[in-house]
Design a protein around this ligand. Structure first.
Ligand SMILES: *Cc1c(COP(=O)(O)O)cnc(C)c1O
Length: 374
């Protein structure tokens, strides 16, 4: 059997978790949390990285920091995970969905400007499959139209746009360390506070509305409730797990990329039958996923069944949000849905994970090619 995903286990997870248990300090913001945040801050040149309980709550924090008023509008792609949209709904915003580019499946940057109204406040971009959106173009719109930018970089840890780490370009970047992502802590995430005006507010928001972070740094002599907040700190147990993974960040990345490249090379032989992922010149990706785009929905369904019969698990995802029940309730599509629905229906994801056996990669390739031979 070939699983679709197996969450990475590196080796030191158990030691670090034991160390945490024996310290009798398993709540948040202990030594492992600190090590993880500093790792990202130093490596990606970010002012402030705060670990959160999930990628979804990192997005919630980002949108809460944008300080929206009911009726404000948020622009986002429809081809994304529900969490991207939930964060805006939480803040009472109206969702305005923009079509994707068929090559990268990312938001079509050229269609953003026509979706802007006098109510628009935020653009959320999602770097699909860890492949960067055209950030120069998007940041230029945001600057000219005075909008904030949130990067849903849940899939994009270790990916880059023109040499800059994804998640570090917009006002806020959001990572996920869910077990299906490249680096895991079971459930968890991080918010990158790139806009330094928001660092203090972000710390308060994350610490139940208190200035406890300042207190721990000795900047105030007592801590108190200063603004609205919630609890977004993950337990040290989870952070200890993530720390083990970050020790091998490079190795995990290279291992995944090797599988991705094998797929890409093999399927380059059948581009008369399938479309392959496209990596723009400006992007360096992290092999978060490998997908193929087939002729249509029917062919994809037949393929998934064919592979399933051979004990190989392939999956599709993202019923476009604008056509989902909650999407209809909270949002509208700007312009024409030229690619979102059509492209989403023909995309299928192949098994790809750290430590995938070469033999399994070969089997997936052979069976896929056989499917097209029959
Ligand atoms: C995984 C994912 C999220 C949510 O992350 P969780 O850690 O599972 O909450 C958000 N957006 C995108 C695009 C994702 O892939």
């Amino acid at each position: 059997m070939i699983d679709f995903n197996i969450s990475p286990v590196i080796g030191n997870e158990m030691d670090f978790i034991s160390e945490t248990i024996l310290s009798h300090k398993i709540c948040g913001d202990g030594p492992f949390t600190k090590r993880c945040s500093e790792w990202f801050e130093e490596r990606f040149h970010v002012n402030k990285v705060l670990l959160t309980t999930s990628g979804s709550t990192a997005l919630d924090m980002a949108l809460l920091l944008c300080d929206l008023k009911p009726g404000d509008e948020v622009i986002l792609p429809s081809y994304t995970f529900s969490s991207t949209a939930n964060s805006a709904v939480l803040c009472g915003a109206k969702l305005v969905f923009v079509d994707i580019r068929p090559d990268t499946m990312n938001i079509d940057e050229t269609k953003i400007e026509e979706a802007i109204t006098d109510k628009t406040r935020v653009i959320i971009v999602m770097h699909y499959a860890g492949v960067a959106c055209d950030m120069d173009y998007i940041m230029d719109i945001a600057k000219r139209r005075n909008l904030m930018v949130v990067e849903d970089a849940a899939q994009a840890v270790m990916s880059e746009y023109k040499g800059k780490a994804l998640g570090t370009i917009g006002d806020f970047g959001c990572y996920s360390f869910h077990e299906t992502k490249n680096y895991s802590m079971g459930e968890g995430g991080a918010i990158l506070v790139n806009n330094t005006d928001y660092i203090e507010r972000a710390e308060i928001l994350r610490e139940k509305g208190t200035n406890r972070a300042k207190f721990f740094r000795g900047q105030v002599d007592k801590y108190t409730w200063v603004d609205f907040g919630d609890s977004y700190l993950p337990s040290e147990l989870n952070a200890a797990y993530l720390w083990a993974q970050l020790q091998k960040a490079e190795e995990i990345n290279e291992n995944r990329l090797a599988v991705w490249k094998k797929y890409y090379k093999a399927f380059s032989e059948i581009t008369d039958k399938v479309d392959l992922p496209f990596i723009p010149e400006y992007a360096k990706h992290n092999a978060h996923m490998f997908y193929l785009k087939m002729k249509n929905l029917q062919e994809r369904t037949e393929f998934i069944t064919y592979m399933r019969k051979r004990d190989i698990f392939t999956v599709f995802h993202y019923i476009p949000l604008h056509s989902a029940p909650a999407g209809l309730k909270y949002g509208r599509f700007s312009g024409e849905d030229k690619y979102t629905t059509a492209e989403s229906e023909r995309l299928v994801r192949l098994p790809l994970y750290y430590g995938m056996a070469e033999e399994d990669t070969r089997t997936v390739i052979e069976e896929t090619i056989k499917f097209y031979g029959e």
